[in-house]
Design a protein around this ligand. Sequence first.
Ligand code: NAD
Length: 343
Amino acid sequence: MPAIWDLPDFDSHEAVHVFDDRATGLRAVIAVHSTFLGPAAGGTRFWHYGDSQAAIIDALRLSRGMSYKNAMAGLSAGGGKAVILANPQRIKAQAMLDAFARAVDSLGGKYITAQDVGMSEADMVSLSKVTSHVAGLPEQGGDPGPYTARGVYLGVKAAAQHAFGTDSLSGVHVAIQGVGSVGGGLARYLAEQGAKLTLADVNAQRATDLAVELGGTSVPADEIMNIDADIFSPCALGAILTEASVRALKVRAVAGGANNQLATGSEGRILADRGILYAPDYVINAGGIINVLRHIENADDAQINRGIDAIPERLSAIWSESDSTGHTPAEVADNMAQKLIGR
Ligand code: NAD
């Protein structure tokens, strides 16, 4: 394994903390990408990684993403992320969570944690008994999914406006990959506006039930990226936009909530060359983190909603600059974010 500084995803992280607590079996990484705008904020992922290098790389990629996301959302927060390496049995023992909370606490507020894949709201409450550096507790807005869904809905609307010049979503055909917390919420907003929906989920029953409820259609999960639609909305996994999948898309815009949608980054150019508008993921999916972090600052609902309502404006600014410079929306967003964090 190369030295951590030589990993392609290192990107001048301010610090990468590695924890190993023999007594509880905790192994965790807390990556702090940037504290330029404030304490590094980002969730904790509990995941079974193939090896420890994969865990470190995931923490680095996610942490840099949080720097960009928080900066573009206008938050006074830097970017960080934690991963806990799940044991083979994937057992999340209380003693291990306590040890992790002590690890977060040992950074003295330089890193603020929140919920991510594999961690529940109850786990956040449990961490908060040991450290105060936890966001997204039930009294602070709780589950970020509905807020993310609203931001993604506003972003999809903005994409329709930019790509088709329409203010109405009536009849606009949106293919949604993954109808969980974010994708399901998005589908409901879109149905209210009269959009035509095609839904898919690896949990096929979930997609079928929602399609029946909302008057849409469901298709098998492996078909959703080949649907002839207006907008493709990825709301499941990251890295789904590969060279091959982008070449096969039959849509005019991609706007969805999943993190890290571009598999390598270069797919942004293929999208642009194919005339497919792209909504950079960390800009369109910031609703949840806006809610979580603004709550800590004691913002009220109106202030939080204004932050989420500004997502379309941010996307429009990116698309306008992309149109005038020829840089892809992903490049424009990255450049804007880097400037904001002083890089
Ligand atoms: P979720 O677990 O509630 O829903 C994900 C859904 O996707 C599930 O129904 C799952 O069965 C389905 N799915 C998984 N693999 C699939 C595949 N290959 N094809 C089709 N469906 C598949 O998760 P969520 O909270 O809705 O998050 C969805 C995405 O949005 C993730 O990438 C997440 O990182 C990102 N995101 C979520 C939030 C949030 O606030 N929840 C915020 C920012 C980004």
